[in-house]
Structures are given as C-alpha cells and as structure tokens.
Design a protein around this ligand. Structure first.
Ligand SMILES: [Zn+2]
Ligand SMILES: [Zn+2]
Ligand SMILES: [Zn+2]
Length: 309
C-alpha cells in the first residue's frame, strides 16, 4: 500500500502513501464520512446511528499491518464543535481511549512508536472538519521522539523532568497548572504560540497515569485549546502531538521505556491573520527564526486562557 525509503542525507525514513491523493477532501457537511450513519442518510465510516467516541482504521493509511497502523479517532458524533467544546467527561473518556490504543497497538511486534495527534484547521492541511484526531503506529522510531531520547542521554536523565523543573523555577512562561499537569510556553519554543503540557510526575506514557492524572490532562488540554481560540477570537489552527515512551521491545516496552508523557501544540499563526511559514532557514538549515519572544506569547496566552474559561 505504501512504500518506505531511507533518505540518506537526512538519516530518516520517508513514506510514500500514493493512494492518499484520492482521499476525501473537505466534503460538504451532508457527506461527512465521520458522522454516524443515520437512518435514511448516507452510509459513513461509522455504521451506527449514534456514538460517543469511535476508533477505526484509516481508509487511506500511511501505515498498515504488518508494517504499522493508522487509526482515526472521532471525538464525538456531533459534526460541529471541536476538542475544546467537548463535554469534560467526553474529553476525559478520550484520554482513556488514547491509553487503550497505546497499550493495544504497543503490544504489536510491528510497531515501535505510537503517535497520537490532531491536526486542526485548513492551515495545517485538515481535510475533514468533524472533530477528530489520528494515531499512527510507526514501524520504526521516528526522528522527533528519537531526538527527545537523545536529549535524555545528553542530560543524563529524563529531559522533560529537567525542563519542567527549570520552567517551574523560572515561572515566566507558565500558563496553567494543577497537582498533576503543567502547561507552559517552552523556553526555546519554535512556534510563536507553542505550548507544552507535561505530567508533573515522571510518567512514561498514558498507561502509567492514574485516573486522576488522566482527568487533569484532559482538563489542561481543553483549557489550552480554549485559550488558543480566545487569543484571536477565531478557531485557532494547531498540530497537537502526544509524545510518549516508544513501545518497541528494544526500548523496554510501554512501562519500562524512556520517555515522559507530554503534549506539544504547534500553532502556525503568529497574528490573527498571519501564518508562520517554514521557509529558507527552517527548511534548508533547520533553524527556526521566531518573531516573538516566548515570555511575551506566554503572557498573551495566560490572558487568553483566563478569557477562554
Ligand atoms: Zn461530521
Ligand atoms: Zn520525566
Ligand atoms: Zn515532545
């Protein structure tokens, strides 16, 4: 279905999922494939008249068994709204669904890294507006989590634990906290309004979290996203990336792996109208040039989160 090639100069895998060119692109509201199949209505991806959260294999997968997995996670059967507007109990249930998929996919021998993510907004290439996210099970350890594990090695311990301690000590970029999670604009953010939400205690994955921690995580994520929407008073595009321990046997399995559960948001907006493009320096040299200092974005986001409720 898809082909994998190793790019020598970048030292990374590239996936060719040619069939994805035919995937459903911004269908009209009446033909949303993520709606439930209502009596008398068109048949959708979800063959039931109502549901809470639905998970199914992506029909246009970048990865498929026995070389990984690609799943779609639909947050609600309500076409309108977003992750931010889910009832708190639904957002909490979503954390349990993520956890379940992490454990189940993580047990598979053909999967080394489980990546839960959401792309929101046409600015980041969304083709379906219905509130949903995705899960990729990579048959290899991708470069970003590999770099995070390299940071652990460089710092001689868990990098997210060390960075979290530094953010708490500094406090100027903190956005939100409770007893289980802390959200902040990272010291060296790449994106103007980049936000990280990290577990306060060292938790390699969702599988290591208590019920209370999962509830806190859901609340924090919703607060951040509501703050994003309040910032410019418009639906705020972002990529949400859940980073956890690799599940490869070589990395010790879900419970014993290196890694520290955190969620990163990469919003492409730098003002209400202007997008940050990855251009010469970012693409050709790999160095981000920002136009706003993280402490300033944190101050603006703190105010927006307060307004977003
Ligand atoms: Zn829909
Ligand atoms: Zn840690
Ligand atoms: Zn990360």
């Amino acid at each position: 279905m898809s082909e994998q090639r190793f790019n020598e100069l970048r030292g990374e895998q590239v996936i060719y999922a040619i069939h994805r060119q035919d995937r459903t692109f911004l269908p009209t509201r009446e033909h949303c494939p993520l709606d439930p199949t209502r009596p008398g209505g068109p048949e959708t991806e979800i063959p039931v008249p109502a549901f809470e959260i639905a998970v199914f294999e992506n029909r246009f997968p970048a990865f498929a068994s026995p070389h990984g997995a690609a799943e779609v996670v639909v947050y609600t059967d309500d076409h309108d709204g977003s992750f931010a507007t889910l009832a708190p109990a639904r957002a909490e249930a979503l954390m349990w669904v993520w956890r379940h998929r992490y454990i189940e996919l993580g047990a598979r021998a053909d999967i080394e890294y489980i990546f839960i993510f959401e792309n929101r907004g046409v600015e980041v290439g969304v083709t379906l507006h219905h509130p949903h996210g995705q899960i990729y099970g990579y048959p290899f350890l991708p470069p970003v989590p590999a770099l995070e594990l390299a940071a652990d090695a460089r710092l001689g311990g868990c990098a997210p634990c060390a960075l979290l301690a530094a953010e708490i000590a500094d406090a100027s970029r903190l956005l939100y906290e409770d007893e289980a999670v802390i959200a902040f604009v990272p010291y060296a953010a790449r994106w103007g309004y980049e936000v990280h939400v990290a577990m306060r205690e060292h938790r390699p994955s969702l599988a290591d979290c208590s019920a209370a921690e999962l509830r806190s995580l859901a609340t924090a994520l919703q607060s951040i996203v509501r703050g994003f929407d309040a910032l410019f008073e418009r639906p705020f595009p972002y990529v949400m990336a859940v980073h956890q321990a690799p599940t490869a046997a070589s990395a010790g399995g879900p419970a014993g792996s290196a890694g520290h559960l955190h969620v990163e948001f990469y919003p492409p907006l730098r003002t209400a109208e202007k997008l940050k493009y990855l251009a010469g320096s970012e693409q050709g040299a790999g160095t981000f040039i920002g136009d706003m200092i993280p402490e300033e974005s944190a101050a603006a986001l703190r105010e927006a989160i307060a307004r977003g409720g």
